[in-house]
Ligand binder design. Structure first.
Ligand SMILES: *Cc1c(COP(=O)(O)O)cnc(C)c1O
Length: 243
C-alpha cells in the first residue's frame, strides 16, 4: 500500500466521521433485522481534494467511491490511490462522454434514458467488455428531476433486455429534496417494492443485487427500507466547496 504521511485536522474529522457513519449504518441494519454487511458504504468524493480522498482510502478503509462529473474524475484519477477501490459514476452522463468514462469506472449508476443505455452498450461492445449499470428511477411524478419516470421505466424494460453489452445490476434513486421523513419513507419504500418486483421477473440482462439509495441526511431511513448501498459525501468529507 501507499504510505501517506499527510494528515491534518480535516483528515482526523474524516476518520471520525467514517467511524460514526459505519456504526450508524450497522445500527440501522440491525434495527431492520438485516446483517451489517448487507449494506455497502460508498464515499462520494465530488469536489473533495485528492489528498483527502487518498487519506480515506489509505487510512480509513474506503473501497468504493462515487464521482458525479466525468471531467472532474478523469482529472483526479491519476493522483488517486485506486488499488482495490471500485469507482462508480453517479452523476448525470451525457452520451458524448460515455466513451471517455466507460473504461475508467466499474459501474455507471446514473443511467436515466434508454438512449444512454444504448450508447453505453455500443461503446462497451467496441471495447469488447460488458458494462455494469444501475437504472436511476424517480417515482415522484410531481418533481422534474433526473431519472426515469415510472412510465418511461416500464416501457423500456424489454429494450434493456435486448442490449447485448450491458447488465443491469440494480436501481439507484435520488429522492426529491426536502421531503418530510414520513414521505421520504414512503418514497424509499416505493422504490424498494419496484426493485423487488423487478427482481422477481428475472428478465434477461438483469442481475439485480444493488439498491443504491440513501445519502448523508437520510441513509438510516434508506437502510430501513431496503437500501443495499448508501452514497455518502458531506457527512464524511465535510461541506462541499464548489469552485
Ligand atoms: C452528491 C451526491 C451524493 C452525496 O450527497 P451527500 O448529501 O453529500 O451525502 C449522493 N448521491 C448523488 C447522486 C450525489 O450527487
Amino acid at each position: 500500500m501507499t504510505t501517506n504521511s499527510f494528515e491534518d485536522e480535516r483528515c482526523l474529522a474524516i476518520a471520525d466521521n467514517l467511524e460514526r457513519i459505519r456504526a450508524a449504518l450497522a445500527d440501522a441494519a440491525a434495527a431492520a433485522g438485516r446483517s451489517e454487511n448487507s449494506v455497502e458504504l460508498m464515499a462520494v468524493t465530488k469536489t473533495v481534494p485528492v489528498e483527502y480522498i487518498n487519506y480515506s482510502i489509505d487510512r480509513c478503509g474506503v473501497d468504493l467511491i462515487g464521482e458525479n462529473k466525468v471531467q472532474e474524475f478523469l482529472q483526479k484519477q491519476p493522483l488517486l490511490h485506486l488499488d482495490g477501490v471500485r469507482k462508480h459514476l453517479i452523476g448525470h452522463l451525457q452520451t458524448n462522454k460515455v466513451r471517455k468514462i466507460l473504461p475508467a469506472v466499474d459501474m455507471i449508476q446514473s443511467v436515466d434514458s434508454l438512449h444512454l443505455a444504448q450508447k453505453i452498450s455500443d461503446e462497451a461492445a467496441a471495447l469488447g467488455v460488458n458494462a455494469d449499470i444501475l437504472l436511476e428511477l424517480n417515482i415522484d411524478a410531481e418533481q422534474t428531476k433526473t431519472g426515469f419516470s415510472e412510465e418511461a421505466f416500464a416501457s423500456s424494460l424489454a429494450a434493456f433486455s435486448e442490449l447485448p453489452n450491458i447488465t443491469v445490476r440494480g436501481l439507484m434513486t435520488v429522492p426529491p429534496l426536502g421531503l418530510p421523513d414520513s414521505e421520504l419513507e414512503r418514497y424509499f419504500d416505493g422504490i424498494h417494492h419496484r426493485y423487488e418486483s423487478l427482481k422477481a421477473q428475472h428478465l434477461p440482462g438483469f442481475d439485480l443485487q444493488i439498491l443504491s439509495m440513501g445519502m448523508s441526511g437520510d441513509f438510516a431511513l434508506a437502510v430501513k427500507h431496503g437500501s443495499t448501498q448508501v452514497r455518502i459525501g458531506s457527512a464524511i468529507y465535510g461541506a462541499r466547496i464548489y469552485h
